[in-house]
Design a protein around this ligand. Structure first.
Ligand code: ADP
Length: 231
């Protein structure tokens, strides 16, 4: 089962492509933003501390992130044997801690997908999402701040993972189907998921683990993916 980190600036498409990759592979989708928003919605003391950071677009301190995320990551990864991490790690200390957990629990990340788009496109997507979802951190001022935080805190992870040879950089400034085809192609080429025997090309991709035994050589219906662009 595949173990992937999705990395992108706000609005880069990691939510959309994480959900899609989860459907394709059966790996657990773990969204740090969703987990944090659930903690805030619960009204807990921890949630109130988290909200003070998320509302203004600052990163939640690493120690709170470890407390909230670590149990979820380990439980979900143990259940499915894989994960698509959406929004974590986001700082160098988080990346180093994630690597430690990875080796401790035999859950080391196999691939990091870095999704990019021009800054004005990111802003437009987030303003668009603000109208649909009403997230309180999707105002223009907070969006600009989140982009700056990405550049200073998260962007260094790109070179860290690139130097480890596990990074794929993809522009999302094009149709989702193209992004997804390239992503599947790359995962196949690395042997992280397998195409159906006798067929080639990303449109026929299917993870070996997701298929019931004995169905390996049978064609399957291709499931079109609905465009639902969020970060
Ligand atoms: P986006 O990618 O659009 O900024 P997310 O839903 O991933 O949205 O995250 C929303 C907010 O949650 C972030 O702006 C930040 O405040 C907080 N957050 C999410 N993940 C992390 C993380 N790994 N470390 C610190 N803060 C985080």
């Amino acid at each position: 089962m595949v173990r992937v980190i999705m990395l992108s600036p706000p609005g880069g498409g990691k939510g959309t492509h994480s959900r899609w990759l989860t459907q394709q592979t059966g790996a657990a989708h773990i969204s740090s933003g969703d987990l944090l928003r659930a903690e805030v919605a619960s009204g807990s003391k921890l949630g109130r501390r988290v909200a003070a950071y998320t509302a203004r677009g600052d990163l939640v301190p690493d120690d709170l992130i470890f407390r909230i995320l670590m149990p979820a990551v380990i439980a979900a990864a143990r259940d499915t044997g894989g994960y698509v991490l959406d929004g974590f790690p986001r700082t160098m200390p988080q990346a180093l801690r994630a690597a430690e957990w990875g080796s401790e629990f035999s859950l080391t990340s196999q691939a990091v997908i870095y999704l990019t788009a021009p800054e004005e496109e990111l802003v437009n997507r987030l303003l668009d999402r603000a109208q649909r979802e009403g997230r309180e951190d999707d105002t223009l001022a907070v969006i600009r701040h989140r982009l700056a935080v990405f550049a200073s805190e998260t962007a260094p992870l790109v070179e860290y993972y690139r130097s480890r040879g596990i990074l794929l950089e993809l522009s999302t400034d094009r149709p989702e189907s193209e992004v997804q085809a390239e992503l599947l192609d790359w995962l196949h080429a690395r042997g992280l998921i397998q195409p159906v025997a006798g067929e080639s090309g990303p449109d026929h991709a299917e993870p070996a683990e997701a298929r019931p035994p004995g169905t390996r050589d049978q064609p399957r219906e291709h499931q079109p993916v609905k465009p639902t662009l969020t970060s």
